[in-house]
Design a protein around this ligand. Structure first.
Ligand SMILES: Cc1cc2nc3c(=O)[nH]c(=O)nc-3n(C[C@H](O)[C@H](O)[C@H](O)COP(=O)(O)OP(=O)(O)OC[C@H]3O[C@@H](n4cnc5c(N)ncnc54)[C@H](O)[C@@H]3O)c2cc1C
Ligand code: SF4
Ligand code: SF4
Ligand code: SF4
Length: 500
């Protein structure tokens, strides 16, 4: 298939990574905005020599799923310097990695604002230039010819490339694989909004005042507190992201790129050496690592990523993969689109006053909507977890006991993914126990844990059936780690493998 056919068949297949435009030897491809303002490749037939390199390079057309045999080592971490930590979106790990590269004469690529507050990828060659890459910008960054710049830089020095997972994949496909001088750092990606929506929002502010600085993740009131816009006249605007006009609609998934709702590069299918995100929920699984100025989560995917992780100057602690992933739905699950997305873009593209359209959608009563989005995300989340568990099924080699408040769902997916693939394995479900008379309360939560005698029955059951692994299956219930801990405290003599 060709990229043009792919895009006309399904726009959501193209993530706008611009690998095709960078690889074209005739510069026949320009990334051109569509009606929603997302960039797609446009081929100039007069320049094209039909060499096919664009098609051969596209990470969506040449998509290969990963099949890891284990979960990635996972860490929480914070950068030890107060100023850097406050100016970073999460725990400052991006700066810690960049410093290694810059100290050794390398180059760091990432997303920055231009003078009109548009977002594009660019290079930093020293510590001063690094400042512009620091901090999340919640809009799709334009790659321009940065992959070519990376290729040139790699000939003589180390390069850190940071970007969305689809951009990291775009770069790897452009280079034709990995490079010994290259470190790729994927951000844990919720999805990237339409540049035109961002421009309408920020141009409204610019009309009112000259902007000196924008921080999507200001820590004025602590980690994750809100968006802050500073003006040259010394005034500032600050609002929590979920009540700011742009922030709330972004979190709802109203104007993200179509590919973000069908993202192909969620775990385990990313191609970066490391993934960096926020350690949301860290107080549940590593409370000593909570820092009100931000705590990062780091997923280490490759030996190269491990090497760099070990060299960083960080306060860090290894945590369980599933504890971290539970707090970060976007790591594994594509964002569900707001049900009003199509209406919004129809209104937005037609309107002269685009800001007013945003205000209209912002003002709509959202209790029902919020619930619907939550439920949709929850369904998608479960599907993604099934895929993950399936992809690392080599770990699940023997009999498995599922301890779950969602035992029925667990049963369906575990049967799907394990029983057919593990010829000698057997699945046991805690609440499908009429015949075996395994005792457990119906509503299994931290408020209603099985009493010790019930766990004793569970132990007998595990021994009888030679069960060696337990899955405490509770992807969205915040009590999952507590359930697993409780089973350990009660002395269940089997390995609590994970919460899935
Ligand atoms: C659009 C977007 C969505 C995100 N969604 C989530 C999420 O749902 N959950 C979560 O845990 N974390 C999310 N993150 C990641 C998180 O906000 C931090 O970027 C990450 O944890 C690194 O933080 P840090 O403190 O190490 O360093 P920072 O200094 O904050 O790192 C900034 C890094 O992000 C890169 N970056 C900034 N904006 C963009 C952009 N528009 N496109 C590509 N790269 C960019 C920079 O190049 C730099 O590498 C998102 C980031 C972005 C940009
Ligand atoms: S076929 Fe070759 S020349 Fe034509 S657009 Fe693709 S890469 Fe460029
Ligand atoms: S290379 Fe990237 S921008 Fe080009 S068609 Fe493929 S996904 Fe789209
Ligand atoms: S959600 Fe997926 S497709 Fe969208 S920007 Fe992030 S990595 Fe790319």
């Amino acid at each position: 298939m060709k990229i043009e056919d792919m895009i006309s068949a399904n726009r959501a297949d193209c993530n706008g990574c611009a690998a095709c435009a960078n690889i074209c030897p005739k510069n026949a491809i320009t990334m051109t905005r569509d009606a929603e303002s997302f960039s797609y490749p446009k081929i100039n037939p007069e320049l094209c020599i039909k060499c096919g390199r664009c098609d051969a390079t596209c990470p969506a057309l040449n998509y290969v799923k990963n099949n890891p045999t284990d979960f990635p080592p996972t860490f929480t971490a914070t950068y030890p310097d107060d100023k850097i930590l406050r100016h970073s979106s999460s725990g400052g790990v991006f700066t810690a990695l960049s410093e290694i590269i810059l100290r050794e004469g390398g180059v760091v690529f990432g997303a920055a604002f231009d003078k009109n507050w548009r977002v594009f990828h660019t290079a930093a060659r020293n510590f001063d230039e690094l400042e512009k890459l620091r901090g999340s910008k919640y809009v799709q960054s334009q790659i321009g010819d940065v992959y070519r710049q990376v290729r040139d830089a790699l000939k003589s020095t180390q390069v850190l490339f940071s970007g969305t997972p689809c951009q990291c994949a775009g770069l790897k496909h452009f280079l034709g694989g990995d490079h010994e001088n290259l470190l790729t750092v994927g951000i844990l990606c919720h999805g990237t909004p339409s540049p035109a929506v961002w421009e309408s929002y920020i141009d409204e502010w610019t009309r009112r005042n000259d902007i000196a600085h924008i921080n999507f993740r200001s820590k004025r009131n602590g980690w994750g507190s809100g968006i802050e816009i500073n003006f040259f006249n010394r005034g500032f605007y600050f609002l929590k992201l979920n009540v700011d006009l742009y922030g709330k609609l972004f979190l709802y998934g109203l104007f993200e790129r179509p590919s973000c709702h069908a993202c192909k590069f969620k775990y385990p299918n990313g191609q970066s050496d490391l993934t960096l995100g926020d350690a949301w929920g860290v107080t549940r699984y590593a409370p000593e690592m909570y820092d009100s100025r931000g705590t990062s989560i780091i997923f280490v995917h490759t030996p190269k990523g491990k090497k760099f992780f070990e060299r960083m100057n960080l306060r860090a602690k290894q945590v369980r993969f599933f504890d971290a992933a539970n707090g970060n739905i976007p790591f594994v699950t594509p964002l569900t689109a707001d049900t009003r997305r199509a209406d919004f873009f129809a209104d937005f593209t037609a309107a002269a006053d685009k800001f007013a359209v945003m205000e209209k959608y912002f003002a709509q009563d959202d209790a029902e909507l919020r619930k619907e989005i939550f439920l949709q995300n929850r369904r998608t989340f479960k599907r993604s977890y099934r895929a993950i568990v399936a992809s690392v099924r080599q770990k699940f080699t023997e009999n498995i006991l599922v301890v779950s408040p969602f035992a029925d769902d667990a049963k369906a997916f575990l049967i799907d993914h394990f029983s057919q693939t593990i010829p000698n394995g057997t699945l046991y479900f805690l609440r499908l126990n009429d015949k075996d008379e395994l005792i457990c309360r119906e509503n299994f939560s931290t408020l209603d844990l099985p009493i010790k005698s019930e766990v004793a029955a569970l132990n007998d059951f595990a021994k009888k059936y030679n069960i060696v692994q337990v899955v405490a299956n509770d992807p969205l219930n915040l009590n999952a780690p507590a359930v697993a801990e409780w089973l350990k405290v009660c002395g269940l003599p089997v390995q609590v493998l994970a919460q899935v």
